[in-house]
Design a binder for this molecule. Structure first.
Ligand code: SAM
Length: 217
C-alpha cells in the first residue's frame, strides 16, 4: 500500500469514527489526522490500522481504539503549553497524539520491550518532546510532578492516590476505573488543596493497570 493510501485511510477514520461521535477539539482532530497509526503496529497489521477497534501490540497488550484515544485526549482539555504524564506507553501511539498537542510528555511503561519499541518508533518520527521511562506508573513520576494533566491507558481497580497528588490545581486525571473486564472512564479534576471533582464518561474496557496502586500481577 502506498503512503498516500494510509493518509486517506487516516482522514476517513477521523471523518467516520471520530467527528460523528462528538469529538470537537480541533487540536485532537488534527493530531489524529496527522499521527501515522500504522507505524505503531506490526507491519502485518498495517491494513487494519485505521479500523474502529483496538489491535494487539505484543506482550498481551493492545493499542486502544482510535475513538478512545481521541476521547481521552479531549477530556484532558489541553491548550498547548502543558506538561502531561501518561501511564501505559504501550505502542507509543497515544503518546504521539499527546506530543502533537502538549509541550512536554512524560510516559511510563512497565514492560521494557514495549517501551523500547515505542521509543524507536517515536524517534523515527522525530518527536523531541517525549521522555519515556520503565517503571510502575501507579506511583507517578514525582521528579517531574506536578502535572497539567495525567492520562492512564490501563484500568485501575481504584484511583491511585499518588496520581491524584501529582496533579496541579485545576488539572485533570483521565483514568478507567472498575472491575477486571469492564470499567468506567473517570475524570478527576483537582480543586484547591486535596479536593477533587469526579465525572463519569461511561463504560470502557482496558487491560489491567498492574502495580503497587493497581492490580497485583
Ligand atoms: N496507550 C497505548 C497505545 O497507544 O498503544 C496503549 C496502552 S495499553 C492499552 C496499556 C499499557 O499499560 C500496556 O502497555 C501495559 O504494559 C501498561 N501498563 C500496565 N500497568 C502499568 C503500570 N503500572 N505502569 C506503566 N505501564 C503499565
Amino acid at each position: 500500500m502506498k503512503l498516500n493510501d494510509y493518509s486517506n485511510k487516516r482522514l476517513k477514520m477521523v471523518e467516520t469514527q471520530i467527528i460523528p461521535r462528538g469529538i470537537k477539539d480541533v487540536r485532537v482532530i488534527n493530531a489524529l489526522k496527522k499521527v501515522p497509526r500504522h507505524l505503531f503496529l506490526d507491519d502485518a497489521l498495517w491494513p487494519q490500522a485505521y479500523e474502529d477497534y483496538p489491535a494487539p501490540i505484543g506482550e498481551k497488550q493492545t493499542i486502544s481504539q482510535p475513538y478512545i484515544v481521541a476521547l481521552m485526549t479531549e477530556l484532558l482539555q489541553l491548550k498547548g503549553d502543558e506538561k502531561v504524564l501518561e501511564i501505559g506507553t504501550g505502542s507509543g501511539y497515544q503518546t504521539a497524539v499527546l506530543a502533537e498537542i502538549a509541550e512536554q510528555v512524560y510516559s511510563i511503561e512497565r514492560i521494557p520491550l514495549l517501551a523500547k519499541r515505542a521509543r524507536k518508533t517515536l524517534d523515527d518520527l522525530k518527536y523531541t518532546n517525549i521522555v519515556i521511562t520503565i517503571s510502575d506508573g501507579t506511583l507517578g513520576w514525582r521528579e517531574h510532578s506536578p502535572f497539567d494533566g495525567i492520562i492512564v491507558t490501563a484500568a485501575a481497580p481504584v484511583v491511585p492516590k499518588t496520581l491524584l497528588a501529582q496533579l496541579k490545581p485545576g488539572s485533570r486525571l483521565v483514568i478507567p476505573v472498575g472491575e477486571e473486564f469492564v470499567q468506567d472512564l473517570i475524570v478527576y479534576t483537582r480543586k484547591d488543596g486535596d479536593s477533587y471533582i469526579e465525572e463519569n464518561y461511561g463504560g470502557c474496557r482496558f487491560v489491567k493497570l498492574i502495580g503497587e496502586q493497581g492490580w497485583r500481577n
